[in-house]
Design a protein around this ligand. Structure first.
Ligand code: HEC
Length: 120
């Protein structure tokens, strides 16, 4: 009886160890899949760090640049279409006096901030 209990405990412990190994292996596989899908809440944080000083996200009132509220309706404040690619180009190159973020944000941060812009 006692041996049986000990065997069961050993068996259960082994199951636990192999489940942990499987989880670790799939976490590894996940990290190799780059880039991660755009994430709106991370994009909001990028916006607060890099864009908010010049753009109000929640109105069309101008700061240094135009307020960006309303982008999800598909139009930039100047009336051009607000597509993913157009927004990414603006972030990278910055029209007129807007600074270029091409080398100041990672590819992931740019995708995240564009995803956030498209919710405004
Ligand atoms: C130092 C101020 C400044 C910062 C920081 C800044 N911008 Fe701008 N942005 C501007 C100005 C000024 C314009 C208007 C340029 C023009 O006259 O066409 C502009 C234009 C834009 C436009 C286009 C509006 C339109 O109607 O064409 C978008 C979208 C935009 N910015 C997004 C961003 C995002 C996203 C960030 C952060 C990654 C950012 N900006 C950071 C100043 C800034």
């Amino acid at each position: 009886m006692r041996t049986r209990t000990a065997t069961s405990i050993l068996f259960i412990a082994l199951l636990g160890v192999s489940a942990a190994a499987v989880r670790a292996a799939s976490a590894d596989a996940e990290q190799q899949k780059a880039p991660a899908p755009a994430d709106v809440s991370r994009g909001k944080a990028v916006f607060e760090n890099s864009c908010d000083e010049c753009h109000d996200a929640y109105s069309r009132d101008a700061r240094v640049g135009p307020g960006l509220q309303g982008l999800k309706a598909g139009k930039l404040p100047d009336g051009r279409p607000a597509t993913h690619d157009k927004l990414l180009e603006i972030v990278n190159h910055g029209p007129a006096e807007m600074p270029a973020f091409e080398n100041r944000l990672t590819a992931q941060e740019k995708e995240d901030v564009v995803a956030f812009l498209m919710t405004l």
